[in-house]
Write a protein that binds this ligand. Structure first.
Ligand code: ADP
Length: 482
């Protein structure tokens, strides 16, 4: 069979459509970020006809899946969650090679969270009660109806976690799914398809289509039979997909990039704030929610930086499988070159590179933790998402000035605030422009909370019942009484 041995796990590079593996005449390569000479797999490169086949399957499977009760669907979702737990080492092994995420963090945190996503949505959909009331002589009900086939397009960072986060609500709501993972880390989605098959989902309920965004992805979002599009990725792609959604009058959610602040007040636990700041280099900064703009009250600058450099010095760059490693390789040569060019332009612009600013090893994909003091707030490194281990450092004198700096980009995904003052926590927390704001902590994720962005960070909210609403059509049913 067309399977590849990735870190001891046999992974298929084929599509998964209508319950079956579908080979492709054309393929693309996925390589190891740790050693680019190592080919991990040849992966199916879908085209228009692949997209049509997948939407055919999802359309055909939809009525029967939609007709099941949430209770009946939850049996499948819980079975899938059980299998994710059973195979979590396999998933972690594949993803730590394909995306170079840390094995331990996958095994302990991100893969189990994938199981939790399916459990949460199985339960949330089951617990939902229809709103029923009487008024003006009628019995009234609000009914939540499955919408139809949903296309789910995921990015290359945290691919397993994100695909489960986005597919679980669609399936729980009664929609069928076509998942299109990113071409830089396509393999964990293929394992998810194996588990779907093992869990005996009806054919066509969950499909995985592999390939390039501009080819198969584009064909998927333009198919008028698709009734929902859920996307996580970049702003330019979001514009293209949004136009396709507009053409077909289809609801569309977009979780895009960020340039979040880490705003530190003098009254905070400075050491804790600096430790969290050094933690923004985790996953080489390839995290949409990362607090990449350090904005620190002037009076504690020296103290903060001393702690920050000490914690940053403790990072260990290495192989994703090594438990001592805290920073693994970046995803792709093209991406690290993009990060390099940001730093190069920063230097040319007169920004000050305080530390890092180069590859760890020439020709390899590790980039050193980098801190830049920008010439001013208009510098490109302050205003653009870099998606790498590059932080900027700015200071402020008053609370209003700090908040204004924090809110000075076109993004608004999240924000981190450090303060020892409870009233300020509440006051500033409310003022920060972002879909999620953490105070004195970071990434404490409640998977039932709304998640999404403001401005160029996105459209719509996922998480909890918000995603179930997105994947449903509401009907108001009124019946004359008496
Ligand atoms: P990133 O900067 O994270 O690579 P992209 O927006 O390019 O962000 O990619 C995110 C996802 O969108 C990937 O799965 C990619 O294949 C897909 N994609 C890219 N272009 C298109 C498109 N024109 N139509 C549909 N999907 C696309």
């Amino acid at each position: 069979s067309n399977r590849f041995n990735v870190n001891g796990v046999m992974v298929s590079g084929e599509h998964f459509i209508n319950g079956e593996r579908v080979p492709s005449p054309n393929t693309f390569e996925t390589r190891s970020p740790m050693d680019w000479d190592i080919l991990l797999a040849n992966v199916a490169r879908g085209d228009k006809s692949t997209a049509k086949l997948a939407v055919d399957a999802a359309t055909e499977a939809f009525p029967a899946w939609a007709a099941l009760s949430p209770d009946q669907r939850s049996v499948y979702l819980h079975r899938l969650a059980d299998l994710i737990e059973e195979y979590k080492e396999d998933i972690a092994n594949v993803e730590c090679s394909d995306m170079a995420m840390l094995f331990e963090s996958l095994r302990l945190r991100l893969v189990p969270r994938g199981a939790t996503n399916f459990r949460n949505y199985a339960d949330l959909a089951t617990e939902h009660e229809e709103r029923v009331w009487h008024s003006k002589g009628t019995l009234n009900r609000v009914i939540r109806m499955p919408a139809g086939p949903a296309v789910i397009i995921t990015p290359w960072n945290a691919p397993f976690m994100l695909s489960t986060w986005k597919c679980a609500p669609a399936l729980a709501a009664g929609n069928t799914v076509i998942l299109k993972p990113a071409e830089w880390s396509p393999l964990s989605a293929s394992l998810l398809a194996d588990l779907i098959a093992k869990a005996n989902f009806p054919k066509g309920v969950f499909n995985v289509v592999q390939g390039l965004g501009s080819e198969v992805g584009n064909a998927l979002v333009n198919d008028p039979r698709v009734k929902r599009i859920s996307f996580t990725g970049s702003v330019p792609t979001s514009r293209i997909i949004g136009k396709a959604a507009a053409e077909n009058i289809v609801p569309f959610t977009a979780e895009l990039g960020g340039k979040s602040c880490l705003l530190v007040f003098a009254d905070a636990d400075i050491e804790a704030a600096a430790k969290k700041a050094a933690g923004q280099f985790d996953d080489s900064g390839q995290v949409c929610m990362a607090g990449t703009r350090l904005i620190v009250e002037e009076s504690v600058k020296a103290e903060f930086l001393a702690h920050f450099h000490r914690f940053t010095d403790q990072h260990v760059m290495g192989d994703s499988r090594d438990t001592k490693t805290t920073i693994s390789a970046m995803i792709h040569p093209i991406h690290i070159a993009r990060v390099e060019s940001f730093v190069q332009r920063a230097r040319a612009n007169g920004d000050t590179v305080v530390r890092g600013g180069k590859r760890f090893i020439e020709g390899k994909l590790w980039y050193e933790p980098t801190l830049i003091e920008p010439k001013n707030n208009d510098s490109e490194v302050v205003q653009s998402e870099i998606f790498g281990p590059v932080l900027t450092f700015q200071t402020f004198a008053t609370e209003d000035e700090g908040v204004a700096l924090a809110n000075s980009t076109i993004f608004g995904l999240s924000g981190i605030v450090y303060t020892g003052n409870k009233e300020r926590a509440e006051r500033v927390g409310r003022q920060i422009r972002g879909g999620t704001v953490w105070v004195n902590t970071f990434l404490v994720r409640d998977l039932t909370a709304p998640f999404g962005g403001i401005g160029h960070s996105g459209l719509g909210r996922e998480g909890g019942h918000y995603a179930l609403e997105f994947h449903s059509d509401l009907k108001m049913l009124q019946i004359l009484e008496g």
